[in-house]
Write a new protein. Structure first.
Length: 151
């Protein structure tokens, strides 16, 4: 919602700190909504970071950025101005009530897989061993296309 491209840029700016460095940024992708279809199109991107934060600290940082940007969790998969997910944390697998890494719905989301493939084509899912391209190939188009918006 709102200025979608600027929301992505602002979230990345707010995440970056001495203990969290942005290493790579994908292109920005425009995608049709999934799950809740009565809403506008989304912008999505993936960033690769290097961090000194432990996984739960990283999650808290992401939630703090979302909250500072006015994120309200009113409806699951509903419209929102920003949503920050942790896809991977190295090759570590985490399964707690608060954090699941790798992100459990990533293999079904082309809007995650295409930008991920762009910046980390050789990265393999630690549980399946598949790359983003291999996971993406198993999915229909899902209305994902590279946007003219940039970081």
């Amino acid at each position: 919602m709102g200025d979608r491209a600027e929301n992505l840029r602002e979230a990345v700016r707010r995440l970056e700190a001495p203990d969290l460095r942005i290493k790579k940024r994908s292109s920005i992708y425009e995608t049709a909504p999934r799950y809740v279809l009565d809403q506008g199109e989304y912008l999505n991107a993936v960033v690769e970071i290097e961090t000194d934060l432990f996984p739960i600290q990283l999650l808290k940082r992401a939630r703090k950025v979302e909250q500072a940007m006015g994120r309200e969790r009113l409806m699951v998969n509903g419209p929102r101005n920003i949503d920050i997910d942790i896809l991977f944390y190295g090759r570590i697998v985490i399964d707690t009530p608060d954090l699941k890494v790798p992100h459990p719905r990533m293999p079904e989301r082309r809007f995650v897989l295409e930008p991920l493939e762009e910046i980390a084509p050789e990265l393999r899912h630690p549980l399946t061993g598949k790359t983003a391209a291999e996971m993406s190939a198993a999915l229909e188009s899902q209305g994902v296309r590279r946007s003219e918006f940039t970081f």
